[in-house]
Write a protein that binds this ligand. Structure first.
Ligand code: ATP
Length: 924
């Protein structure tokens, strides 16, 4: 039996295919089907890289910081069990570990659904002929050689060769992105090189039967199908960890290894200094506290909430985020590759010009209303005396699947706007489709696809009607170059004439001239079919056509895009246009919008196929427009840009765009015109299909990233301060550990966590779109962040140590020297309160707190008040105080805490004054 994988089934007749697969019109026997199932496996898409829920959960605990916390909790539990104490620290730490793991799990299990969407497209039960009897089986049990019955409404369960069909129409949008139904023709055999969309004798898994019935010989199942191939492509493009994930991993490594070194030092110095091994227990306690202190337990939650808030802000600006980390990575985008039609333009087409070989016509009227005039030299034309124009208008009406309908005064279209504009044009010339449909039959067609870039129909007059054609005629419209290639004659006023090379050049010159004005140009042709009318191999008839003329329609750029392109450039982001349209049209619109600049290169799909990968990589930095490209070129373009170090956002709508969307750093699907598969493969969906929304989303991404940096430096400064304070205590000879694990968790989660959340609400800095994109490869410590954290940590530790010395004196003087809870409470409270001032100062790197609008982030004030209040409750409410092992501070002691903690705020504001002074000097 033929390997079902490698055969070109569309080139074989039903009989040949059945023989090759050793099947018969009665189907396989049950035992043979079972045998083949063992050979070919289940007819289902494999999950590939997607992880099971347990694996996702397990992955959360591979995080080095959580592992260290688990180790700390275990040691702490052992110590408590040994001493007979209640293990409250261990329980608290375990709770935090579970909370963080759970949070990460929830976040990740939402992702990776692209394959699930593809999988859903397969139908669960199918009618199959086996042993000559019709049976219903699970779609996953199908094997090559099975005979399956299709009817309207079902999804095709596997790829197959049609054996027979009655008016079978299938929507293949899932594969080709084209919404139009394909009429299937089992009788034909096709050339080997026919494109997927043209294989009218095959059916494909995941597509939908709209009308009719058919019997199919299954040829490929599971991952061997066309849908399976797309799934493989998606899987082979591996999702890399996002910049934020990489930075968090780096942060974890630095913190954990740093704290381990510090712990070793403290233990070694402690033991060496005293030479007393009995101190080991105390040093172990110190080590545990340091390990808890170094991990920013509140950070994952703050990050998740920040990203979630970011998505909400983006939705308000019409960008729907599908993958949470994209919120932040958007801030790193350096290149935006955008489709033209509908994204940069309005997708509202109006025909402005018709050009036959001898005459130029101007069209008046606006919108889709079929009201207006066709003028030549400023005068209305008599259509009957212009045969090329008359036939072209007929072609516009016949070779068309859209419908126009008036709602009030406005005409709206159902279908492709390009075709809507052509209907309006035909209406202006007196050809109204409703009437034409009554009098003429469409007996055959090849629908439009982005790959073929043209459409043909065959029209025949009805017997009783008054159809404007009196014999069967084929009308073709599409990309002018492709239609012209297939013409041999040209329609002139006095009849048809041969299409000489000079005339061809003249037509191409007209085309270029119209395209260079930014018009979307379509070519029209016809062919009387006085011989037997073909219904099958219509593509073979698409030759020796009669050229009619060109139609130029304006698809005006969206007015807001110009400003968005400018904003992009100011922000260091390069906009690039990728379109199926003619290069001159693309260039005109790109120049108008500011996307193409002098010196930029324009590449066409044909150029792309000739360039090697290395050549393409060398060229992409200079290309701002890609024209006449097919969906598969997009993947190469993204990869080449990424190789050049670009961080790429790319738009797409068809299923064939899915691999490119997955590969792009930010894959963007169209909310209105996009297919489900493209949406599933994307990171973000544009609810309004508008380029401006992408720019708005990158701005929000930058704000989110700034805020993440803001609260990371805020939180980690405190962590470092805690670690140094704990390490210092035994070294300067104060007995005991200044901060217990429980107190540290309180600080890290509550007194640091709440203000950090408020910092995440900071509005964008005024210059957010006037500076270059965030470097996705930049370390978390870049641009002074690491130095800042260490500085703040040392300051906090100095404050705490000074306070310890004061507390030591003070408690002696006050006569209660024995109670370690006193100085510990002072240190704990001061560190917490110092962070309140730090939160206020961290709002800006350069502007003083008094220079910021206090109302621009009311949350920060609320957070500071709330947290200070909670800290005071902790000290003065007895059960809380006892639980946290605290001492009720006197008024003087509390005042000292406030005083010491204010010093950090004063220092940080002083730093900003210094920066302002330095910047002023630099400017002057
Ligand atoms: P973009 O990729 O930016 O959306 P586009 O809409 O021009 O651009 P396609 O829809 O793939 O890309 O169209 C490619 C070409 O096919 C068009 O430039 C036009 O010449 C031709 N074309 C478009 N629509 C039709 C149609 N309905 N019938 C026949 N030909 C068409």
């Amino acid at each position: 039996m033929a390997r079902a994988v490698s055969t070109h089934w569309h080139t074989l007749s039903p009989h040949q295919a059945t023989t090759l697969l050793e099947s018969s019109p009665q189907g396989l026997s049950n035992s043979e089907a079972e045998h083949r199932q063992q050979v070919y496996g289940w007819n289902e898409l494999q999950e590939g890289a997607t992880r099971r829920p347990l694996e996702i959960l397990w992955d959360q605990f591979k995080n080095i910081m959580l592992l260290m916390l688990i180790a700390v909790a275990l040691v702490s539990l052992l110590l408590d069990l040994q001493s007979g104490g209640f293990p409250k620290d261990a329980i608290a730490i375990f709770a935090i570990v579970l909370l963080n793991g759970g949070l990460g799990y929830l976040q990740e299990s939402k992702a990776e659904k692209a394959l699930a969407a593809l999988k859903n497209m397969t139908s669960p039960r199918v009618r199959v002929l086996r042993q000559g009897r019709e049976q219903e089986v699970d779609a996953k049990c199908l094997v090559p050689g099975d005979i399956v019955l299709l009817e309207a409404g079902v999804q095709v369960p596997a790829d197959g060769r049609l054996l027979n069909a009655a008016n079978l129409q299938i929507r293949e949008a899932a594969l080709t992105g084209e919404a139009e139904a394909v009429i299937k023709q089992p009788e034909v055999t096709l050339a080997e090189e026919s494109a997927l969309g043209d294989r009218v004798n095959l059916v494909f898994q995941g597509t939908e039967v709209l009308q009719g019935r058919g019997t199919v010989l299954i040829t490929q199942t599971g991952m061997q199908t066309e849908l399976g191939r797309i799934a493989t492509m998606i899987q082979s493009v591996e999702a890399e960890p996002t910049p934020l994930q990489q930075r968090m991993a780096q942060l974890g490594n630095v913190l954990v290894s740093g704290s381990l070194v510090l712990v070793a030092l403290v233990v070694a110095i402690g033991l060496l200094r005293t030479g007393d091994l009995s101190l080991f227990d105390e040093l172990l306690e110190v080590s545990l506290s340091m390990a808890v202190a170094v991990v920013p337990e509140g950070l994952p939650a703050v990050i998740t909430v920040t990203l979630a808030l970011g998505t909400q802000r983006m939705v308000r600006r019409h960008a729907l985020i599908r993958k949470l980390p994209a919120v932040e990575t958007l801030g790193s985008v350096t290149t935006i590759c955008s489709d033209k039609t509908g994204t940069l333009t309005q997708n509202k087409m109006v025909v402005q010009r018709v050009q036959t070989l001898d005459t130029q016509y101007t069209i008046t009227g606006t919108g889709y209303a079929p009201e207006g005039q066709i003028l030549a030299d400023g005068q209305p034309v008599a259509i009957e005396s212009a045969p090329a124009l008359e036939a072209l208008l007929m072609a516009s009406a016949f070779c068309n699947d859209a419908t126009l309908s008036p709602t009030g005064n406005v005409w709206t279209i159902l279908g492709d706007p390009t075709e809507g504009a052509l209907l309006a044009l035909a209406g202006k010339g007196g050809f109204h489709t409703n009437r034409l449909k009554q009098n003429c039959d469409r007996i055959a067609e090849i629908p439009f696809t982005s790959e073929r870039k043209r459409m043909s129909v065959v029209i025949r007059p009805c017997e009783d009607g008054s159809c404007p054609v009196d014999e069967a005629v084929m009308f073709t419209k599409g990309s002018p170059e492709l239609v012209l290639e297939r013409c041999q004659l040209v329609q002139m006023p006095a009849g048809t004439e041969p299409l000489t090379p000079a005339k061809r050049d003249q037509i191409l010159a007209h085309n270029d001239e119209m395209a260079s004005r930014g018009l979307r140009v379509l070519g029209f042709a016809m062919k009387p079919l006085n011989h037997a009318v073909p219904t099958n191999d219509l593509e073979a008839e698409e030759q020796e056509l009669i050229w009619l003329g060109l139609v130029g329609m304006l698809d005006a750029p969206r007015p807001e895009v110009r400003a968005a392109v400018k904003a992009c450039r100011r922000a260091g982001i390069r906009p690039v246009m990728i379109t199926g349209d003619h290069q001159l049209t693309a260039q005109a619109i790109a120049t108008d919008l500011g996307i193409a600049q002098p010196g930029d290169t324009i590449l066409t799909g044909r150029d792309l196929t000739h360039l090697s990968t290395a050549e393409l990589e060398a060229t992409v930095p200079h290309v701002s427009v890609y024209a006449r490209v097919a969906p598969e070129h997009k993947l190469r373009i993204v990869q080449a840009l990424q190789k050049q170090g670009e961080f790429v956002a790319m738009t797409g709508d068809g299923v064939n765009d899915a691999p490119a969307l997955k590969q792009a750093d930010i894959g963007i699907a169209m909310g209105i015109t996009g297919t489900d598969v493209s949406k599933e493969a994307s990171d973000m969906v544009l609810l309004d299909d508008n380029f401006t929304t992408i720019v708005a989303a990158t701005e929000e991404g930058r704000v989110v990233y700034d805020n993440i940096r803001r609260f990371i430096k805020y939180i980690l400064g405190s962590n470092i301060g805690e670690v140094l304070t704990i390490a210092a205590a035994p070294l300067i000879g104060l007995g005991g550990v200044p901060l217990s694990p429980l107190q540290i968790l309180w600080m890290n989660l509550v007194t640091d966590g709440v203000p950090a959340l408020a910092l995440a609400m900071e509005p964008g800095e005024p210059n957010v779109m006037r500076r270059p994109p965030n470097n996705p490869r930049e370390s978390i410590f870049a641009r002074g962040l690491g130095a800042y954290m260490v500085r703040v940590g040392i300051l906090l530790a100095i404050l705490a140590i000074a306070l310890m010395a004061w507390a030591y004196q003070h408690t002696h003087a006050a006569g209660y020297p024995g109670d370690p809870a006193t100085w510990k409470t002072l240190v704990f409270t001061t560190l917490c309160l110092a962070q309140m001032g730090h939160a206020l100062a961290a709002r800006s790197d350069t502007r003083l707190t008094v220079q910021l609008n206090p109302a621009s982030n009311p949350f920060i004030w609320a957070a500071v008040l709330l947290t200070t209040g909670l800290q005071i409750l902790l000290i003065y409410v007895p059960p809380l105080r006892d639980f946290f092992g605290l001492y009720p501070l006197s008024a003087l002691e509390l005042a000292v805490c406030f005083g010491f903690s204010a010093l950090l705020f004063v220092w940080l504001e002083g730093e900003k004054l210094f920066i302002q002074f330095a910047m002023k000097r630099q400017r002057s």
